[in-house]
Ligand binder design. Structure first.
Ligand code: NAD
Length: 256
C-alpha cells in the first residue's frame, strides 16, 4: 500500500519543515521527487540525503511567486518526466491584525501563498490534463477559523482552500484530484523563526503557549503531516477529491 513507485512528485518549499518530511516520505515510497526551493542550499542538502538512502531526488531553485521562473522549472521537469503529483507547500507567515499589516505585507503574503499556488498549478495543469494527476495544497486551520493576529496569513490560507475546491471541480473530468491539508501548529523552522522574530527573549514561554493551543497538548510533527500527504497522493485515496483534511490535534472541533 501507498507505493509511489514510477510516479514523479513536485514539492514546493520541499527543503524545510513539512515539505522536507514530504520529500523524504515520498522518495522512500519510490517517487522521483523534485524539490522546488527558494533556498537552493537546503534543496541540495536534502537531495544528497535522499540519494544516500537510495532515493531519487532533484533540486530546483525557484521563487514560486515568479510566474516566468515557475513555468520554466515545471517545463524542465515535465519535458523529462510526467508530473503525477504536485504539492503546493511553500508558504510564508506574517504576524499581526489588520492594523499591523502594511500594504507591502499583504502583497508579500499574496504573492507567495496565493499567486505561488496559482503559478504552480497553471504551469502543470496542461500536462496533467492529458494523463490525470493529483494536486495537494497546504492550507491551514486559519483557512476555516482564522487565527488571531494572523490577518494576512488567514486571508491567504482561505484562498488556498477555495482554490482547492475550484480546481477539483474544473478538472474532475480530466482525472485530476485536488485536495488540501489544514494543519494546526506543526513544529518546523517556520514556527521557530516567527517565535524568534516576534517574541525575542520569550521563546520558551511562547513555544509552550502555542503547544497548548492544540487540545492534544503539543504541536504536530512534520512527519505526521507527511503521512497524510502520502495517503492523499497515493492510489489508495482515488475516491477523494475536493476535500480539506484538518490535522490539528483537535483544534477546530475541540477548542471551546
Ligand atoms: N508549521 C506550521 O505550524 C504550519 C501550520 C499550518 C500550515 N502550514 C503551512 O505549511 C507549509 C510549510 O510550512 P513549514 O512550517 O514547513 O515552513 P518552513 O518555513 O519550514 O518551510 C517552507 C519552505 O518554503 C520555502 N519557500 C518560501 N517561500 C518560497 C518561494 N517563494 N518559492 C519557493 N520556496 C519558498 C522556504 O525556503 C522553506 O524551505 C506553509 O504553506 C505553511 O503555511 C504550516
Amino acid at each position: 500500500m501507498f507505493s509511489l513507485a514510477g510516479k514523479t512528485a513536485v514539492i514546493t518549499g520541499g527543503g524545510s519543515g513539512i515539505g522536507e518530511a514530504i520529500s523524504k516520505a515520498f522518495a522512500k515510497q519510490g517517487a522521483e521527487v523534485h524539490i522546488i526551493e527558494l533556498d537552493s542550499d537546503r534543496a541540495n542538502t536534502l537531495v544528497s540525503e535522499i540519494e544516500s538512502s537510495d532515493g531519487k531526488a532533484f533540486g530546483h531553485q525557484c521563487d514560486v511567486s515568479n510566474q516566468e521562473q515557475t513555468t520554466k522549472v515545471m517545463k524542465s521537469i515535465s519535458d523529462v518526466s510526467k508530473i503525477d503529483i504536485l504539492i503546493n507547500n511553500a508558504g510564508i507567515a506574517h504576524v499581526g491584525n489588520i492594523e499591523a499589516t502594511s500594504e507591502a505585507d499583504m502583497d508579500r503574503l499574496y504573492n507567495v501563498n496565493i499567486k505561488g499556488v496559482y503559478n504552480c498549478i497553471l504551469a502543470c495543469i496542461e500536462s496533467m490534463k492529458s494523463q490525470g494527476g493529483t494536486i495537494l495544497n497546504m492550507a491551514s486551520i486559519a483557512s476555516t477559523v482564522g487565527i488571531s493576529e494572523r490577518f494576512a496569513y488567514s486571508m491567504t490560507k482561505g484562498a488556498v482552500l477555495t482554490m482547492t475546491y475550484s480546481i477539483a471541480k474544473d478538472y474532475l473530468d480530466y482525472g485530476i484530484r485536488c485536495n488540501s491539508i489544514s494543519p494546526a501548529r506543526v513544529h518546523t523552522p517556520f514556527v521557530d523563526n516567527f517565535i524568534k522574530k516576534n517574541y525575542p527573549g520569550n521563546e520558551k514561554e511562547v513555544f509552550e503557549k502555542l503547544s497548548k493551543t492544540q487540545p492534544i497538548g503539543r504541536m504536530g510533527k512534520p512527519e505526521e503531516v507527511a503521512n497524510l500527504a502520502l495517503y492523499l497522493c497515493s492510489d489508495e485515496a482515488s475516491f477523494i477529491t475536493g476535500t480539506d483534511f484538518p490535522i490539528d490535534g483537535g483544534y477546530i472541533k475541540l477548542n471551546g
